[in-house]
Design a protein around this ligand. Structure first.
Ligand code: FAD
Ligand code: DLZ
Ligand code: SF4
Length: 512
């Protein structure tokens, strides 16, 4: 008799822990617990999404006549932790083994190592084979390589799964159509709305629960419209493929004020909790290309995100943990400014991206990378504080994917394991790729002084401040040549503006 534990991000009917289930004798266990809901103070919408998806998935398992125990968050007997709940149910039956699919995060995986001794019973942890590359395969690929570049990993994955390949090589003759995928937004552009599901009575009950038990967590609870069942998640995928995929590539990096969703797929949260599986999303996109419904630059761009980036960051995570989480190559120490919680700042791009994050538990990639992330990099915010923020504000956030993106991609805290150079940019990039600057108090074309866009001087302050760490980077040579050509007067203006900006940030912090 086995006790099979299913975690909140393992909502897939073919999850490895359920294979060989004995419907008559085994018990399946799912539990909403305080420890998981508060290890960071997740966005209210994320908790509603996870709990509601768990309850809907549990109902499906019960319909398949499996014997399932479901512990609700407010059950008076709920001990508040996964191990506590496993222990409670073990005491109620004659079990000889606990079976679970490997947790996606190091934190819980590490904790589970002590479960056999705490519980006094064997705990079998099975591989999570919903991913397309196992940690062992990734380590094998990484072995002996000086640099772990995503592009080469992605090509291997294309070959392995025969995705967008023909007899001669990559379909269209190129592996990558990124150069076609950097179009700025066009004035008057109308973007199709995201998928919206009506909250049913289950979701509504959880919304009340979240309001009661997590009132101080970040984020707006209403309106809630995420899919919470596999059928709804498939409908969300379908809407993306039919209504937005065509322009996914062209406008992948574009940002428009008041358009939080753009042409992105908004499926990350469904992939990460198991309502969708990566290969089916890739196959749907590839089929759209072969039917002539979507262009190659869009389809290849979308597939690269899932088959390439998603698998690659997971590979890096398991290859490098636990030390990856404590790296701080640039020795960044600043506290996260208070406006990351309120959205109250004069910087319009930051205000837009933070407000949308608060409303939707979502921001698209380029907002996360080139606005919010760029600010954290240039301002030298402590990686622990930045990681904590990103891990709690997004509905798709789990450490295995959040940490490499934050410490590797935006902060260069890993010293260049993931990115060959820091993704630092001045206001010109944001001006080119968005219409945010038109409604900003600051002037993006002004480089110094109180009216200047802070990204402009913070960029050069960052370059100067990190001279000892970055000058030797071959991809930064051009920047250091420009810095070296700058007059002393200009350098002083940059230093004074940056000092004034940071002082104002600190004053606001103290006034909190
Ligand atoms: P789309 O743009 O439509 O892309 C399709 C899918 O590709 C995504 O759903 C996702 O599964 C995958 N994908 C795309 N980019 C990446 C990437 N860089 N790494 C891994 N997978 C990727 N993604 C998360 O799933 N969880 C996170 O916690 C997370 N944190 C991030 C933090 C930072 C600082 C940055 C720069 C990126 C982060 N990403 C994270 C990656 C990416 O921004 C999100 O996956 C994406 O915005 C989700 O929206 P979407 O489903 O509309 O994605
Ligand atoms: C994200 C999350 C939340 C908010 N709550 C729960 C929960 O109550 N019970 C549960 O089993 N899982 C939850 N999850 C997902 C887990 O945090 C996720 O499975 C681990 O982080 C993986 O290591
Ligand atoms: Fe952002 Fe600078 Fe543009 Fe303002 S001017 S929106 S701060 S990039």
């Amino acid at each position: 008799m086995k006790l099979r534990l299913i975690l909140g991000d393992q909502l897939s009917s073919d999850i490895s822990s359920l294979r060989d289930v004995d419907a008559k004798n085994d018990t399946l266990l799912m539990c909403e617990v305080r420890a998981e809901a508060t290890y960071v103070k997740h966005h209210k919408k994320k908790i509603v999404f996870v709990f509601s998806s768990m309850r809907h998935f549990a109902a499906e398992l019960v319909r398949s006549e499996l014997n399932l125990q479901y512990v609700k968050y407010d059950d008076p007997q709920n001990s508040g932790s996964l191990v506590g709940e496993v222990a409670r149910f073990l005491a109620q039956g004659d079990y000889d083994e606990v079976i679970v699919t490997a947790p996606s995060e190091y934190r819980l995986s590490n904790e589970m190592q002590s479960w056999p001794s705490i519980l006094g019973i064997p705990v079998t942890i099975r591989e999570d084979d919903r991913f397309l590359c196992t940690p062992a395969e990734f380590s094998n690929w990484a072995k002996g390589r000086k640099q772990l570049r995503m592009e080469y990993f992605y090509r291997e994955m294309r070959r392995k799964y025969s995705v967008l390949m023909d007899e001669t090589g990559p379909v269209g003759g190129q592996w990558n159509y990124d150069s076609d995928n950097r179009k700025p937004p066009v004035a008057g552009m109308t973007v199709p709305d995201t998928y919206r599901a009506e909250p049913d009575s289950v979701t509504q009950e959880i919304m009340t629960l979240v309001e009661t038990h997590f009132p101080d967590h970040f984020g707006d609870l209403y309106p809630f419209h995420f899919a919470v069942t596999r059928d709804q998640a498939l409908a969300a995928l379908d809407e993306f493929i039919t209504r937005r995929l065509t322009f996914f590539g062209d406008y992948q990096d574009a940002m428009i004020q008041g358009e939080p969703w753009m042409y992105h797929s908004h499926i990350g949260l469904y992939l990460n909790c198991g309502l969708l599986n990566p290969l089916e999303c890739i196959e749907r996109a590839e089929a759209a290309f072969h039917k002539g419904d979507a262009p190659l630059n869009a389809v290849e761009g979308f597939i690269r995100q899932i088959l390439g980036w998603r698998e690659y960051v997971r590979g890096i995570y398991w290859h490098e943990m636990p030390h990856y989480a404590s790296q701080n190559f640039l020795e960044a120490k600043r506290t996260l400014p208070d406006f990351f919680w309120t959205g109250v700042t004069q910087m319009n791009c930051m205000r837009q991206c933070i407000t949308e994050t608060k409303q939707n538990a979502y921001a698209h990639h380029i907002q996360r990378l080139m606005v919010l992330g760029n600010f954290c990099l240039l301002a030298g915010i402590d990686p622990d504080e930045v990681n904590n923020w990103y891990l709690l504000v997004y509905a798709d956030a789990y450490e295995w994917v959040e940490l490499p993106n934050v410490s590797g991609m935006i902060l260069f805290a890993d010293g260049g394991q993931l990115a060959s150079k820091p993704y630092a940019a001045s206001g010109a990039y944001i001006k080119k790729m968005s219409n945010y600057c038109a409604s900003c108090t600051y002037k993006v074309t002004v480089k110094n002084g109180p009216k200047a866009c802070p990204f402009n001087y913070l960029y050069w302050d960052f370059i100067g401040r990190n001279d000892a760490k970055l000058r030797g980077n071959p991809r930064m040579g051009f920047m250091y040549k420009s810095l070296d050509r700058m007059s002393t007067e200009k350098r002083h203006a940059i230093r004074d503006d940056s000092r004034r900006f940071f002082k104002a940030l600190e004053t606001n912090e103290k006034g909190r």
